[in-house]
Design a protein around this ligand. Structure first.
Ligand code: ZN
Ligand code: MN
Length: 487
């Protein structure tokens, strides 16, 4: 039995985070009441003229540059003709022959090795309106259309079919989304439909270089949907091929509830969209000065930042990967470290307790109620011995709930650590005197009893006793008992 290898390609539509739409001055806003953010241009009235948003071109070019693409210096817009109710003009303004970017690549790390996915095309186009059907429209028999999304700029990215496993597919999507966030060109929120995918899947005998018949899966709006659909499609095609059958070229939809792909339309041949140059827009010339400005504006990209974190902060690769997952977490980390100078501690707090609090509250890092400077201050307070780790955990919770600074909470609640040796020694002596049985156990050689005494001291001081000093004093006082008893 032949072993089959999947061959996977992706088309990604990313909504660009410009202030206004791509061919009209309407603002780009999310969740506005239906049809309130429209004008004659994005409603497709006859006789109106599109005016190109330069920022949308900037953003698309940045994506192309970050994906190592060649840039078409003279590019143009074309009309992609088809009819659909959410496309009132009867055509979408897009790019076909001369996309802004072409022939690039993205290198990603999978299982410790570098895998290159080639990028065929990066272009700019306009989004369509949104159809709302049935129950969602408040009437099972109705279809409604919201044109707020019509004319929102989209960057379309098309890969070559270079991915050969679900793992590679997931890594590519994660890395690409991360890149968009770092470039600041898209919010890439999948729950808002700002990142949408189409996948192509075919199988071939392992080792073969020939491509099998491919199936396209449309309308995938989350990583989970892409991975579920591609996995199901690989399974479906494997079954067919094992039985000696032939895979039919077709377009499928993902049925999330049944976990299967279902045909959308068969007899799929290449669409004839009758592309032709958009006569209402002049060709765009991307000159050297423009590219120079964009290159100067390019931020540090995820991979560079990750490598710098390992170098500069002596972090493990895994920690650096976690911290640089988004520019928000990476900025947070660097700001906090500046305050306390302890990268390891900040990493631990972020990945541990603080992430836990965010999860509990259902919040993302961009909504974190603790300012990074305040987390830095908390770690500084521990480092200078003002509070113990146990108190720090309590203070963190309080900071999360109130937004107050660590120093303010410690002062208000009198949480400073007790490091006064005489005061602590008195407390230890009292506790030792009150627990003769435990003292006997220690004298009998049970070292574990030390922990019991330390716990009692912490209890008596409400956790404020300096832990190192407490440990040392407990041992000292107990050892003295032993000497006195001649043990
Ligand atoms: Zn408009
Ligand atoms: Mn498209």
């Amino acid at each position: 039995m032949a072993e089959w290898e999947p061959v996977i390609g992706l088309e990604i539509h990313a909504e660009l985070a410009t202030k206004s739409k791509v061919f009209c001055p309407c603002p780009v806003v999310w969740n506005a009441p239906p049809n309130t953010v429209t004008c004659p241009v994005c409603l497709g009235f006859p006789g109106v003229l599109p005016v190109l948003n330069e920022k949308a071109v900037d953003y698309t070019l940045k994506v192309a540059l970050a994906l190592n693409c060649h840039i078409h210096r003279q590019t143009l817009f074309e009309r992609k003709n088809y009819y659909y109710p959410d496309l009132p003009k009867g055509y979408q303004i897009s790019q076909k022959r001369l996309p802004l970017g072409y022939d690039g690549w993205l290198d990603m790390e999978v299982n410790g090795a570098v895998k290159r996915v080639r990028i065929a095309d990066v272009h700019l186009e306009e989004d369509t309106g949104k159809s709302v059907h049935g129950e969602e429209a408040g009437d099972p028999t109705a279809s409604l259309i919201d044109y707020n999304r019509s004319g929102v700029p989209l960057c379309e990215i098309i890969t070559y079919p270079d991915m050969n496993s679900l793992e590679e597919l997931e890594t590519f999507m994660t890395d690409l989304r991360q890149l968009l966030l770092y470039l600041g060109v898209s919010e890439a929120r999948m729950e808002r439909g700002q990142l949408r995918f189409e996948a192509s899947v075919s199988l071939r005998p392992k080792g073969s270089q020939q491509l099998g018949t491919r199936v396209e899966i449309k309308n995938l709006n989350s990583f989970r949907a892409v991975l579920g659909a591609v996995e199901a499609e690989i399974r479906r095609q494997t079954d067919i091929l094992r039985k000696g059958g032939k895979v039919q070229q077709q377009t499928m939809l993902w049925n999330e509830a049944k976990k299967v792909t279902e045909p959308m339309r068969t007899k799929e041949t290449a669409h004839d969209y009758r592309y032709f140059p958009e006569p209402d827009l002049v060709p765009v010339v991307v000159d050297e000065a423009w590219l120079h400005r964009l290159r100067a504006e390019m931020p540090e990209l995820p991979r560079q930042r990750r490598e710098r974190f390992v170098r500069e902060y002596a972090l493990e690769g895994q920690e650096a990967r976690w911290l640089t997952a988004t520019p928000v977490t990476a900025d947070y980390f660097e700001t906090a470290v500046k305050v306390c100078g302890d990268p390891k501690a900040i990493a631990n707090w972020m990945m541990g307790d603080l992430q836990g609090l965010l999860n509990e509250a259902g919040k993302g890092w961009d909504e974190c109620p603790i300012a990074p400077e305040h987390l830095g201050e908390l770690v500084a307070l521990m480092r200078e011995g003002t509070i113990s780790i146990r108190i720090a955990k309590e203070v963190l919770k309080e900071m999360f709930g109130t937004g107050k600074s660590a120093r303010q909470i410690v002062a208000e609640k009198g949480l400073e650590q007790i490091s006064d040796e005489e005061a602590l020694r008195r407390i230890v002596e009292e506790i030792v005197a009150a627990n003769p049985k435990a003292v006997q156990e220690f004298l009998g050689g049970n070292e574990k009893v030390l922990g019991f005494f330390v716990g009692q001291v912490m209890r008596a001081t409400k956790g404020k006793a300096n832990p190192q000093l407490t440990n040392q004093l407990v041992r000292e006082v107990l050892t003295r008992c032993a000497i006195q008893q001649g043990a």
